[in-house]
Design a protein around this ligand. Structure first.
Ligand code: GLN
Length: 453
């Protein structure tokens, strides 16, 4: 723990943490030490981790990387962070993220962008770590933490994992409790582990997961021993390759890494088959209706009365206070989402946008269901490119949204998705591949991913 605290302090330039809690970490490490010595240590005993600053942590500032939550210290703990604590994990601090987890580069944070520990060979420009769990990804990749929590609504665990050369798992929707996680899009949000290895992800998921009566969408299913699934033997498994994830103009290096992944799985004795997910091309527009719609509703609670920031300067009425607080408290991307979502949900447009998107979402889920009749797991790229330079896409929301093209279908269908690092591109930047599984079959996804490391 002390070594990781030292690393966290030595690499503040990455901006991976919003709040550091070294004193608490050392206390937790001492407690873990006692537990280990007395023989009742949990699976995460003494493991120093980063906690995405979207998880409410009792007595520790929780910002969601937003100005509007200024000074908010939750009076309670999220279930996932409580579970990890119970398993003995040591929390080093709260990691940076895109504001309210909206973004793919960690550049929308009120606390400034996170830098990817990786750079292009022979080039000193700072690269983004991906987003929204960019601080968690940078902390793990930069060796400031052994592991970190992430949340994934449309790719926010998997894409930053790919950009920083680590492992990231978005579990099945309902596997981990959402209780105490600042809500973005409630029908999509899911917590998961970000780690150096697939084995670490299996262990950490076991500690995070489980039924929680405090979250009405938490699934009452048993938590298997995920680590036991890592047999190293995937003979007899069938891997599906979806034709629709190979659009014209797919980056040649992404294609090459994908081909390499296919070969690895064939060499390990898996059968590789072509599959079709015909509604893939509608996933991105569907996501960018559903997610902002839910966000606009969830973010209505930040009114300047109940949490954080309240702007009173020159305020003439209650409505004026609401408007000024929200105008100043939310950043540009968050305001954009609230506007899009409010529009999509408004009386005259609900049927045309929100209802239509919900119907397409069902078709996307049915595509996967059908595909899983002929394969056990699906292999795709995680992202359409490797990490890009800080500042390159931040002013162009459409380009930024395109980062999520391979991750949002999984999210809309509620399926588990794992990103594993597979290769470096010609510039020496990490590239990842995504494995998608059947609902609540994280075991197969982890088993296959383990072979690809
Ligand atoms: N990049 C996506 C977005 O901006 C996904 C974010 C996430 O998964 N939290 O909405």
């Amino acid at each position: 723990t002390q070594a990781h605290i030292d690393a966290m302090e030595a690499h503040r330039g990455l901006n991976a943490f919003i709040t550091e809690t070294p004193d608490r970490a050392l206390e937790q490490a001492d407690a873990a030490d006692v537990a280990i010595k007395s023989g009742d240590a949990g699976a995460m005993a003494g493991v120093p981790i980063g906690m995405k600053d979207l998880f409410c942590t009792e007595g520790v500032l929780t910002t969601a990387a937003s100005h509007i939550l200024d000074g908010f210290t939750p009076p309670y703990e999220s279930t996932v962070s409580a579970n990890l604590k119970k398993a003995g994990a040591v929390t080093l601090g709260k990691t940076n993220l895109d504001e309210f987890a909206m973004g793919s580069s960690n550049e929308t944070s009120y606390y400034g962008p996170v830098k990817n520990p990786w750079k292009k060979q022979g080039d000193d420009a700072d690269m983004v770590p991906g987003g929204s769990s960019g601080g968690s990804a940078a902390a793990v990749a930069g060796r400031l933490a052994i592991a970190a929590t992430g949340t994934d609504t449309g790719g926010s665990i998997r894409q930053p994992a790919a950009f920083t050369g680590i492992v990231g798992l978005k579990p099945t929707y309902g596997r981990c409790s959402r209780y105490g996680i600042v809500a973005f899009a409630s029908s999509l949000d899911q917590a998961g582990p970000m780690t150096r290895t697939v084995r670490d992800a299996a262990i950490m998921l076991g500690a995070m997961a489980g039924f929680d009566p405090k979250d009405s969408t938490s699934a009452n299913v048993p938590v298997p021993d995920f680590e036991a699934a890592l047999t190293g033997d995937i003979r007899g498994k069938t891997v599906g390759i979806p034709a629709e994830y190979r659009p014209d103009g797919l980056n040649a290096e992404v294609q090459a890494v994908w081909d390499k992944g296919v070969q690895m799985l064939k060499d390990a004795g898996a059968t590789v088959v072509d599959i079709s997910l015909p509604h893939t091309k509608y996933a991105l527009p569907t996501y960018y209706i559903v997610a902002p719609a839910e966000a606009s509703s969830n973010l209505a609670r930040y009114d300047g009365v109940r949490f954080g920031l309240r702007v009173t300067d020159g305020v003439r009425s209650l409505d004026d206070m609401y408007m000024k607080t929200r105008g100043e408290g939310f950043g540009k991307e968050v305001r954009r989402r609230v506007l899009i979502g409010t529009y999509a949900l408004s009386a005259g447009y609900y049927d045309a946008y929100y209802l239509k998107a919900q119907k397409v979402r069902t078709l996307i889920a049915q595509d996967f269901k059908k595909a899983f009749e002929t394969c056990d797991v699906i292999l795709t790229p995680t992202a359409p490119s490797a990490a890009f330079p800080v500042g390159a896409e931040v002013d162009d929301p459409i380009t930024m949204y395109l980062n999520d093209v391979f991750t949002v279908p999984t999210s809309l269908a509620g399926l588990p998705g794992l990103s594993v690092p597979v290769d470096l591109d010609k510039d020496g930047l990490p590239m990842g591949l995504q494995l998608i599984g059947r609902p609540f079959d994280e075991e197969t996804v982890l088993q296959v991913g383990d072979v690809m490391e």
